[in-house]
Design a protein around this ligand. Sequence first.
Ligand code: SF4
Length: 326
Amino acid sequence: MHPFAFTKASNTREALNAGRRGGRYIAGGTTLVDLMRETVERPETLVDITGLPLRDVLVTQGGGLRIGALVRMAEAAAHPAVRAAFPIVSQALELSASAQLRNMATIGGNIMQRTRCTYFRDVTAACNKREPGSGCAAREGFNRSHAILGTSDACVATHPSDVAVAFAALEATVHLLGPDGERSVPFADFLLKPGSTPNHEQALRKGELITAVEIPPLPRPLKSGYLKVRDRQSYEFALTSAAVALHVRNGVIREARIAAGGVGTVPWKLPAVERQLIGRRPSQALWAEAAEQAVAGTRPLAHNRFKVALLRRTVERQLRIVGEMV
Ligand code: SF4
């Protein structure tokens, strides 16, 4: 590990001042400390933000939710308001990582976590995300876990978060605070596809801090859930996942919010699947027909062709599970 300075911010102003000078924010540290040990990350200064007042879960007007950036994953998953209104979020959190990690890691840190591409974490391998311009070892290497959507010549790594898939499906907003004040970014614009600059992963300006993630109010009743498919049943990242929320009234689907994980360079919203469902009556045939849309535009690599069929089946299965709750 490279030497670094450490400071603890006692208020937001101190944190922003340190961030403006190039300090890296740290809360649970469950990704960043690992990466520092492996010398993938070499920050000069860490700014501990765990003392900032960003730990509330609030029900917003109309029935949305605002989850503070420093709410622990386990706290958010267990919160009665989250469980009641958006089980899709609780389920995504509970299917993530391990109990120990969920007790430490925060919501803000979860969506900021970096890819699990093994070449990214191996400092001897070529990796454009870690060392821009060095190449991408995964393209010609072992790429079974990599992305089939949103890839570029420069990078094919997946985004590893589960709850980010739920946030993408629900069209959440990320609230930010920086040296120039507050602003809000739609979740769909917050995490960046790799393009030619895979080292730029979030739409954050220098020194900006995530303060909260806000889920908008959605029509009730809303049934939702998260399905994760992985090589083993705990402490494993998704091969594919599906976040589905449906509002059905008088036997007709009026609203659908759907996204997939484990397959995209960012959590992958599925608007074509949503369009296929809206205005239709739930049926087995409809779930299968809509799930076909999930795989449009996929670009599999040498070792992950199986993800195309697995994605279609994951989406179909989760549509059926949530559709039968309605
Ligand atoms: Fe690096 Fe992305 Fe290639 Fe993995 S897929 S080696 S993260 S550039």
